[in-house]
Design a protein around this ligand. Structure first.
Ligand code: ADP
Ligand code: ZN
Ligand code: ZN
Length: 735
């Protein structure tokens, strides 16, 4: 009979970062009577390794065989590193998105904390008098006046190194006094008061929103701030944050991509005299560690970050803001697939604070929540600085001769605008020189070896490259199939249009903005600064240009090819197109000059094109919502996918067929539809064959329960090697 381990009544349940869909139980560490706190880290053995686990519960019993129970090695923290609200948020996230809890809870730690190291220090180093130093008389060091002065300087309490250095003390002085144990090193928290500079005087619509958000501080409330581009949403955020700061509470601001919005961070810094930290993947590890700790210790009053910052610690969470809440970049699309917006709403609920979702084109999900009054709906319908809304025009380019994608009408308009010293913004959502390289003789096209996709032709530097997996090859000189010499570029990318624009508009600068030209960390900030100071110029870019920027001198926006999203296999294609066209339009005429948006399309009669011209977002989204409802698609009903990546073509489908069979053999919920296995729209990517099943139903809870069953069955099945499966709840990638 297995021996009953001592201390069996107490067990530590913890999340360990391994791909297992459950928590692990361990015995307390040897040689100590104290138990670690829930939310603190412990070191646990797993096989031959030692891993950092997070304690989620202290248990009185377990159903694990006592003989198999292992003992915790060590406790790493005296106090919890993850507070109860975030711990609950992370457990909810693991459960809602059906992801291994260990790989989810780790998101509540900074990089160094995940490695088992202590949290970064946000304290300044300084010195204090020792007892001996305090006891020293004022004259006993009279032969060393600097040291005597240093002791005197510390009589009123500790000072930081930099304070002392600004008083003229040198490292030598510290060293001598440390050696004679008259002073000792201490860590001092720089206590900066939180202050706010004068706000703009808000207009009526802004005021209504600010008042409502401010009134809801201290309780969970969802606000949807729907405001046309330039209507002053950011000003609403700033004034709501000021109210949170007055309560000594912290604000978390989530934005889609930080590199794209240097202006936003600057505006926050201009308004507040309070530490503001950012959290995003562009930061080095040490900086991320420190900012994380600054948020946890309430050193930072405002935390601005990208999606994973939704799990950042806060001592006094008071307000959560999600800017550009419709943006797909808020969705994590590998590993734990989650929507940072949806998690932010859950976090606000668990923290008992308001959340503000802001956008000029809110997602249909949020519009539906506002319509049903689950969210308070605030609308900003006027441009704040008195600018007029842009006028919009469609150009039917069927049969027209285009020059590098530009119609003669668009070119004429550009010349007018540039002659007045104003700026032009052109939108073309394809980087590179041309999307296809093909052989004129035999029809060969350059394709990616790893994906079902064509390679894009680039000229700077010359290459063909896949935009899905990054794989690239040198430019072929001859056709690899027929050895012909007539290789031609087909279709249009930003490099090509840039080249043509430079020829046709030699008198003005042409700026290309895409992920090739904007790769450096500060490239976007430098670029926005340049055009702010420039006169007439042309900016040509991909969707990098469509996001949240202010270009006050732009008075003409051209969308060169509006049709690519119309052809999208994604049921959200039309929503995305409508958002994009509305957003790009918002870049025009932000200051006193009015602007024009010109949309080139081969489908001028398409209902979305017409609606974009005539309607505002409220009626446009209502129209889109009706068609979703007719099709039973979200936000009407819920969707999930169980996706499978495999190294061989048929393994995924076979695995999924067996899974569906097993699922159907239990009495399945009649309201849930299982569709599949289906191939992903791009069936092969980065060398993997991709298939999935779709789980659809009228209610989230039902879909969720069925996904849980599928997960249990899939876990029992033991996937063949080279096959990986994962769950995608509320999927944002095309199905
Ligand atoms: P959004 O975030 O909705 O795009 P912003 O907050 O960036 O809009 O505001 C657009 C411009 O209008 C900014 O230059 C901002 O300074 C200005 N603005 C905003 N609110 C006001 C106001 N109440 N009075 C005057 N100018 C304002
Ligand atoms: Zn050929
Ligand atoms: Zn590829």
């Amino acid at each position: 009979m297995p021996q009953r381990p001592d201390n069996a009544q107490t067990l530590l349940r913890c999340a360990v970062p391994i791909p297992v869909r459950g928590y692990l139980d361990y015995l307390p560490a040897k040689g100590t009577d104290t138990l670690p706190a829930v939310g603190s880290r412990i070191l646990v053995p797993l096989g031959s390794r030692q891993l950092v686990g997070i304690v989620t519960e202290i248990l009185g019993s377990t159903n694990v065989d006592p003989a198999k129970l292992k003992r915790t090695k060590n406790y790493l923290d005296k106090n919890p590193l993850i507070d109860p609200a975030v711990l609950e948020l992370l457990s909810w996230t693991a459960d809602y998105y059906q992801h291994p809890p260990g790989e989810t809870l780790i998101l509540g730690l900074s990089p160094r904390e995940r490695r088992g190291e202590s949290p970064a220090s946000v304290h300044d180093r300084g010195f204090n008098l020792t007892l001996r130093g305090e006891g020293l008389s004022d004259t006993s060091l009279s032969r060393a006046p600097r040291q005597q002065a240093l002791i005197a300087a510390l009589r009123n309490g500790p000072k930081t190194r930099s304070e002392l250095q600004s008083l003229g003390f040198k490292p030598d002085n510290f060293r001598t006094l440390l050696a004679s144990a008259l002073i000792e090193p201490v860590e001092i928290l720089a206590n900066k008061a939180w202050e706010c500079r004068a706000p703009l005087s808000a207009n009526n619509e802004q005021n209504t929103a600010i008042t409502a958000i401010t009134a809801s501080l201290g309780q969970f409330t969802c606000h949807l701030l729907e405001g046309v581009t330039g209507s002053g949403k950011t000003e609403v955020y700033l004034q709501a944050i000021a109210a949170a700061i007055a309560r000594q509470e912290q604000t978390l601001v989530l934005i889609p991509e930080i590199g794209l919005t240097p202006q936003l961070v600057k505006r926050f810094n201009d308004r507040f005299d309070c530490p503001i930290v950012t959290l995003h993947s562009g930061l080095g590890g040490a900086e991320r560690d420190r900012n994380w700790q600054a948020a946890r210790s309430q050193q930072a009053g405002i935390i601005i970050g990208t999606r994973s910052a939704v799990f950042a610690p806060m001592l006094t969470p008071g307000l959560i803001i999600v800017d550009e809440e419709h943006d797909v970049s808020l969705n994590q699309q590998d590993g734990l697939r989650y929507s940072a917006r949806d998690v932010a709403v859950k976090r606000a609920q668990l923290s008992g604070c308001p959340v503000v979702l802001g956008s000029a084109t809110p997602s249909l999900e949020s519009m539906a929540n506002a319509t049903s009054e689950r969210y308070q709906w605030h609308r900003l319908t006027q441009r704040a600085a008195g600018a007029h809304p842009p006028s919009k025009r469609i150009i039917d380019i069927r049969g027209l001769a285009l020059r590098a994608g530009l119609s003669a009408q668009l070119q004429t308009k550009m010349k007018e605008v540039l002659a007045r010293g104003e700026q032009v913004l052109l939108f073309l959502n394809r980087r590179g020189f041309a999307p296809t390289l093909l052989c004129h003789d035999c029809g060969w096209t350059a394709e990616c070896q790893n994906c079902d996709a064509r390679q894009t032709l680039h000229k700077k530097p010359p290459r063909v490259q896949c935009h899905h997996c990054g794989q690239q090859n040198p430019l072929p000189k001859l056709c690899p199939q027929c050895h012909g010499q007539r290789l031609v570029a087909s279709g249009l990318g930003t490099e090509q249009t840039e080249q043509a624009l430079k020829k046709d508009f030699p008198d003005v600068p042409v700026y290309r903005v895409d992920s090739d030209s904007m790769s450096g960390r500060h490239a976007m900030a430098t670029f926005t600064q340049t055009v702010e100071n420039a006169g007439a110029c042309i900016m040509l870019g991909t969707q990098l240009l469509a996001k949240g920027h202010h270009f006050p001198k732009v008075t003409c926006v051209g969308v060169l090819d509006a049709d690519s999203l119309l052809m999208s296999p994604d049921f959200r294609g039309e929503e995305r197109l409508a958002q994009l066209l509305t957003q790009v339009g918002g870049r025009a005429g932000r200051a006193q000059r009015s602007g024009e948006v010109i949309i080139q399309t081969r489908h001028p009669e398409h209902p979305i094109m017409m609606a974009v011209l005539e309607k505002n977002w409220r009626s446009l989204s209502a129209q889109l919502l009706l068609s979703r409802e007719a099709q039973g698609l979200p936000p009407n009903g819920a969707l999930a996918a169980l996706r499978c990546d495999s190294a061989t073509p048929d393994a995924g489908a076979a695995f999924l067929v067996a899974l569906i069979k097993a699922y159907r053999s239990q009495t399945p919920d009649p309201l849930i539809r299982l569709v599949g296995p289906l191939s992903a729209p791009m069936a092969r990517r980065a060398g993997l064959y991709r298939s999935h099943i779709v789980i659809a139903g009228p209610k989230r809870s039902g879909v969720h329960a069925s996904v849980k069953k599928l997960v249990v069955l899939a876990a029992e099945k033991r996937a063949p090697s080279g096959l990986r499966w994962f769950v995608d709840i509320d999927p944002s990638e095309p199905l």
